[in-house]
Design a protein around this ligand. Structure first.
Ligand SMILES: *Cc1c(COP(=O)(O)O)cnc(C)c1O
Length: 473
């Protein structure tokens, strides 16, 4: 009876395997250590449900009980694989966007990766002074390095730059007014809007000047006994060109101190050293802002600094002390993993090895000639790997990379791109092929071409991309 073929859906439904049978199958037994028993039962239920739906749609005819069990096992495996694909996965970034927000911004340096595992993954001296055996200061060394590298009196690290801005504005501005130029009321990254952050903090936003021109006099005239802060926000992803004016950091600091208020700069990405050799001329230099008298400056840990997501705050000791003592700091403080990454990243800067060892800076400094050589060699290796009659066509063309992460929107470092076309597959299919590969490869589409920019690809990843491309026939 069991092996009887069954054309009738009603009959077939009665032959669906029970959950118990699916759970006892070889497939389920193999998956159990990964899924755990509760989730495996849930997946088995869903597998049977899908099978039931197939039968009702008439898509499963002439099947025996054994066939149905096999199909349920197949569904079970499919459901688990699909779920696994949704987990956080490593991606090869061939888009040429250096600080790619959707791909996790800055990739970590080798030393930072090592430090995560060796220093911070287990128990560590997070708040423990090994010399005295007493409680130590959290984030101490990373914060000391930050202060040293920027010339600031002290430093403090929180979860991200948005958190840093909220902490500064709340601790220093709440209950009073903060003066900002109308040209700097920007939105960064879709969810960081200066007026909204200001409202959250409880500081009253006092707008001055116009969209394109704001003068030091505008700030001066707006100062009242309620004023707590003058604020300068770096309009990271946005530029006003033409007839423009903004006071310098030095002018704003001088005014703030003369009128007994504080000056806060949100530098956004911020640069620890001069990046103008690489085309980045208007990213605020943190050390310069400190030297010119800014009382407190915030910037991101995973933009041009090339570390992990963090909000870095540097400034005068007394001001940083107020931030550290504020109850909000407890909610926004960083984790041991972040300190480990930042400490090692900042050590690269101090040693002067940042251009070789911090991926974001290495990619930024990569010359067009070097990219021409790498892309040419990549094309040669791909040509060797493809069969004679391959439908994949490609050439090396000139193009430009992107800084990304809401930094330096006008800077487009020249690069060389591998431009790929397939005789039969449309470009979106080509793109999907690479995206669904393991590890996935993210690329750029331009018209009917797929573009690969090796600037953001590690040399060790090139072989994997060539392999994925060679499988597209
Ligand atoms: C990027 C940026 C932020 C937000 O930084 P996160 O680290 O993403 O929170 C805030 N202000 C400016 C000026 C920025 O450029």
């Amino acid at each position: 009876m069991d092996n009887e073929k069954n054309p009738n859906p009603g009959e077939l439904l009665r032959h669906l395997p029970p959950v118990e049978a699916v759970l006892q199958s070889g497939t389920a037994t193999a998956l159990l250590p990964e899924t755990g028993p509760t989730h495996l039962t849930e997946l088995a239920r869903r597998a049977i449900e899908r099978l039931r739906a197939e039968i009702l749609k008439g898509q499963a005819e002439n099947l025996t009980r054994a066939d149905l069990l096999k199909k349920a096992e197949g569904q079970l495996e499919h459901l688990w694989r699909r779920e696994r694909k949704k987990s956080l996965r490593r991606v090869i970034n061939a888009t040429g966007v250096i600080i790619h927000t959707n791909l996790g911004r800055a990739p970590l340096s080798e030393s930072a990766r090592q430090a995560l595992v060796d220093r911070a993954a287990g128990y560590c001296s997070l708040e423990y002074d090994l010399e005295t055996g007493q409680r130590g200061r959290r984030g101490g060394r990373a914060e000391n390095l930050l202060a040293e590298l920027t010339g600031a009196g002290d430093a403090l690290i929180v979860n991200n730059c948005a958190a840093a801005a909220i902490l500064v504005l709340t601790a220093l501005g709440r209950g009073g007014e903060a003066i900002v130029s109308r040209g700097e009321l920007v939105e960064i990254g879709g969810d960081f809007r200066v007026p909204d952050v200001m409202e959250q903090s409880g500081a009253v936003l006092r707008e001055v000047g116009t969209t394109n021109r704001t003068k030091i006099r505008d700030y001066e005239q707006a100062i009242t006994p309620e004023t707590r802060l003058l604020v300068k926000v770096h309009p990271s992803n946005y530029r006003i060109v033409g007839f423009t004016a903004t006071p310098t950091v030095a002018e704003l600091a001088e005014l703030a101190h003369r009128r007994d208020v504080l000056f806060y700069e949100d530098a956004g990405s911020g640069a620890l050293f001069d990046l103008s050799d690489y085309g980045l001329r208007d990213e605020p230099l943190i050390g310069r802002s400190v030297a010119e008298g800014a009382d407190v400056i915030t910037f991101s840990g995973d933009k041009l600094l090339g570390g992990a997501q963090a909000g870095l705050i540097v400034g005068r000791s007394e001001v940083i002390g107020r931030l550290r003592a504020h109850p909000l700091y407890r909610a926004l403080r960083a984790s041991k993993l972040i300190y480990a990454v930042l400490e090692t990243t900042l050590e690269e800067f101090r040693r002067g090895t940042h251009l070789e060892n911090i991926p974001v800076l290495k990619m930024l400094a990569m010359t067009s000639a070097e990219l021409a050589r790498r892309t040419g060699e990549f094309a040669d290796r791909l040509r060797e790997k493809l069969p004679e009659n391959s439908d994949l066509q490609f050439e090396v063309i000139d193009g430009s990379s992107v800084i990304g992460g809401g930094s330096a929107p006008l800077v487009q470092p020249p690069t060389h791109l591998l431009s790929i076309r397939h005789r039969r597959l449309p470009v979106n299919e080509l793109e999907k092929n690479l995206r669904l590969a393991d590890p996935p490869v993210a690329a750029r589409i331009l018209d009917d071409r797929l573009l690969l920019d090796l600037r953001t690809v590690a040399e060790s990843e090139e072989t994997l991309i060539i392999y994925h491309l060679s499988l597209i026939i």
